[in-house]
Design a protein. Structure first.
Lengths: 170, 449
């Protein structure tokens, strides 16, 4: 049989109150100093870190989008430029070709003209030369005819004939 | 709004558990089987006056000078059992008559300090010592002092187990008087001093008990456990900086953030950080002790947060913090509410407000105490069903019936108490935060004046 126990939990006991105070105050001090402070700081830090990371991710995304837009713009610009350059090049090419053609034509003309002139000159020179040679030959033939006429009439004729054929040979 | 809703939920829950406590009040008379079995059995708390409660029935060491004991069969009282279980003690009864002895520190004006340990009283059965040491004896696990100053110091063998009877004092109050027999004389015993001023049957006596009792031991153990747990978490939190939390951290940190984001910040406001260490300490102190109290065997089971001495101190600290951090605005609204006629203020409002100032910590201490004590009593009562049905081991079939009835009920109650352990720690912290919050609240410029 148990002792008739009295309901002692409702009576404030100075001893238990004393120990509760001591233990709780020490607990409070130690926990706030060595447990809650570092844990709280770590949690706060982590929250900041996460917020930071989120912000940064957002910023990076924004930047990416910006970059992409810029790239697109750049690309478009480049494309435009390329087509412009191509167009210019085509034009330049055509111009060069036209110019070259023109120049070639001019040169050709000039060459032809100078050739004609040369030929003309040569022809003239040859004509003069021929005239001179023919004159000389005529003189020489005349000289020889004159010398032969005097001695033989028949012979004179054959001789003149040979001379003439000689000229023709030339 | 959220605060009010939470407060309501808290009130409903504490009301529910208080209901369980109220049921306990009628419990000693309610088990009918017990009443019919033991017609002479006194109720555990308020025994019928003059009844010779010699149902003790422990063996004698020779003739007892405190009168003859009727040798009665051992009977079982669920109420006594539960009340004994929830009480503080100077030695922890592990099982049967195996004790875990604790340091005993006593002070008696005139005699001075006595340092010993509970084993020095050589307890044998039911925590009753067989030796008196320096005028102190161990009665049912609690140290008591022999009133007679002429009682010899040193170790004196006791002749029999202590007895008690209920007397009626001049004031008409019933009081239990404990007696012990030694040296062929019957000596009256003094219980330790309590601060209830005699209202609860205690009062100032000839000695004070500053021992490391079962509750103090449990408190120390729990506090150390919590401290090392939190050190591990704090270390992990500092070391794992920049890494994802893992293990224990994931278990503890949500509690921390819960107290911070759900309790401190919404109730206290921007200055909440200053009060975080107290709120967290109170929360984990109460939660730890509640949970350790739930363990049904040796290092646990002590009813610490269900002891009013503990809750008084916790509520007192909350009271001191909220009172000393209260600002001008709070005092003005408490003592001289603006915008109310002076007569009304003097006659009604100010007295009520001042009363409320003390009622707040009072409800705080009573709520925690009542809920935890009620839980322990209800579980003990359900466990006691086994012994009630079985006639304390006499009837096998009764015992089996008792087990069938007791196990699911106890299981249900223990699960409920697990919830209550968290809930009461939360409510205490929550209300502490609310009281601090009201005390430091800044005036709203749009409201008055």
């Amino acid at each position: 049989m148990l002792f008739l126990a009295d309901f002692s939990v409702i009576k404030p006991e100075p001893g238990l109150m004393f120990w509760t105070t001591v233990i709780f105050l020490i607990f409070w001090f130690l926990m706030s100093r060595f447990a809650f402070k570092p844990i709280g700081a770590a949690l706060k830090q982590r929250e900041l870190d996460i917020q930071d990371a989120l912000d940064q991710a957002k910023m990076a995304r924004q930047e990416m989008a910006n970059l992409q837009a810029e790239n697109e713009k750049l690309l478009a610009h480049a494309r435009e430029e390329r087509s412009a350059i191509l167009k210019e090049a085509k034009e330049a090419k055509e111009e060069i070709i036209a110019e070259a053609k023109e120049r070639a034509n001019a040169e050709y003309k000039r060459k032809v003209e100078s050739a004609i002139r040369d030929i003309e000159n040569q022809k003239m020179a040859a004509m003069v030369d021929l005239k001179n040679k023919a004159g000389q030959m005529a003189i020489e033939i005349a000289e020889k005819v004159l010398q032969r006429e005097l001695s033989n009439k028949g012979e004179q004729e054959t001789f003149a004939q040979s001379l003439v054929s000689q000229i023709k040979m030339n | 709004m959220i605060v009010i809703r939470k407060y309501c939920i808290a009130l409903i829950f504490s009301g529910l558990t208080a209901f369980a406590f109220a049921q306990h009040g009628s419990e000693p008379t309610s088990p009918k089987t017990e009443a019919t079995h033991q017609p002479t059995e006194a109720t555990h708390e308020v025994p019928t006056s003059g009844a010779e409660t010699a149902e003790h029935g422990a063996e004698m060491h020779g003739d007892c000078p405190c009168g003859a004991h009727e040798e009665k069969e051992e009977e079982f009282s669920a109420g006594d059992n539960a009340v004994h279980h929830i009480a503080d003690a100077n030695a922890i009864q592990i099982i049967g008559d195996v004790y875990f002895h604790l340091p005993v520190i006593l002070y008696a004006p005139g005699q001075g300090w006595t340092f010993t340990y509970s084993g020095a009283f050589k307890p044998e059965h039911h925590g009753n010592g067989t030796l008196a040491k320096d005028g102190y004896v161990l009665v049912h696990g609690n140290v008591m002092r022999i009133q007679d100053p002429a009682f010899p110091k040193g170790e004196v063998a006791l002749q029999c187990d202590p007895t008690h009877e209920t007397i009626t004092t001049e004031a008409g109050k019933e009081k239990i008087v404990y007696k012990i027999g030694a040296n062929n004389t019957c000596y009256h015993l003094d219980a330790k001093t309590t601060l209830d001023g005699g209202v609860m049957g205690g009062g100032f006596t000839s000695f004070y008990d500053f021992s490391i009792t079962r509750n103090v031991f449990t408190m120390l153990m729990t506090v150390l456990l919590l401290f090392f747990l939190f050190r591990a978490v704090a270390n992990a939190a500092t070391r794992n900086h920049g890494k994802a939390p893992k293990g224990l951290q994931n278990f503890i940190e949500p509690f921390y953030t819960f107290i911070r984001d759900e309790v401190a910040r919404p109730n206290i406001g921007p200055k909440y950080e200053k009060y975080m260490p107290y709120l967290l300490s109170a929360f984990f102190f109460i939660l730890g002790l509640n949970l350790v109290g739930q363990i049904p065997f040796f290092p646990g089971s002590a009813n610490v947060t269900g002891n009013i001495s503990v809750t008084i101190i916790l509520a007192l600290i909350t009271f001191l913090i909220s009172t000393f951090s209260a600002n001008r605005h709070f005092w003005e609204h408490t003592l001289w509410m603006p915008g109310v006629p002076a007569v009304l203020k003097i006659l009604v409002l100010t007295p009520v407000e001042i009363l409320g100032l003390f009622l707040k910590p009072f409800t705080l201490l009573l709520r925690l105490f009542a809920n935890i004590t009620a839980g322990h009593i209800v579980i003990m009562s359900f466990v006691s069903l086994i012994f009630i049905f079985g006639g304390a081991g006499k009837s096998m079939s009764g015992t089996i019936t008792g087990i069938i009835a007791s196990v699911p009920l106890s299981l249900f109650m223990m699960t409920l108490e697990l919830l209550v352990a968290f809930l009461q720690a939360f409510i205490f912290t929550m209300l502490s935060a609310v009281y601090i919050g009201t005390a430091i609240e800044e005036p709203h410029h749009d409201a008055h004046h």
